[in-house]
Design a protein around this ligand. Structure first.
Ligand SMILES: [Zn+2]
Length: 94
């Protein structure tokens, strides 16, 4: 008997194969996640999985700001202190 692996998680689909858009899924959860990716044009996620470490051209450079050292200040504002858990920055008087 042929084993079908889930397009999303790679698990063996067993006897509960869910077919959707010519792909096989082990459960509704996996199918739903694929559906969401598909609807939002995020199926490059699967390319990522097939070639770990590779950056798809569409998002290359897009997240460079995350490696900036001052990202904490950008996200939480300049007033945070080392010993105080950072809080979302609020405009004074807002
Ligand atoms: Zn699955």
């Amino acid at each position: 008997m042929e084993n079908t692996s889930c397009f999303h998680c790679g698990d063996d689909c067993g006897n509960h194969i869910i077919n959707f858009q010519d792909k096989s899924f082990c459960c509704n959860g996996c199918k739903t996640v694929f559906e969401i990716f598909n609807e939002n044009d995020l199926t490059c996620y699967y390319d990522l999985q097939n070639s770990p470490g590779a950056i798809p051209k569409e998002i290359e450079g897009k997240y460079d700001f995350l490696s900036q050292e001052n990202i904490i200040e950008i996200l939480y504002g300049p007033m945070h202190h080392k010993n105080v858990p950072p809080r979302p920055y609020r405009m004074v008087g807002a």
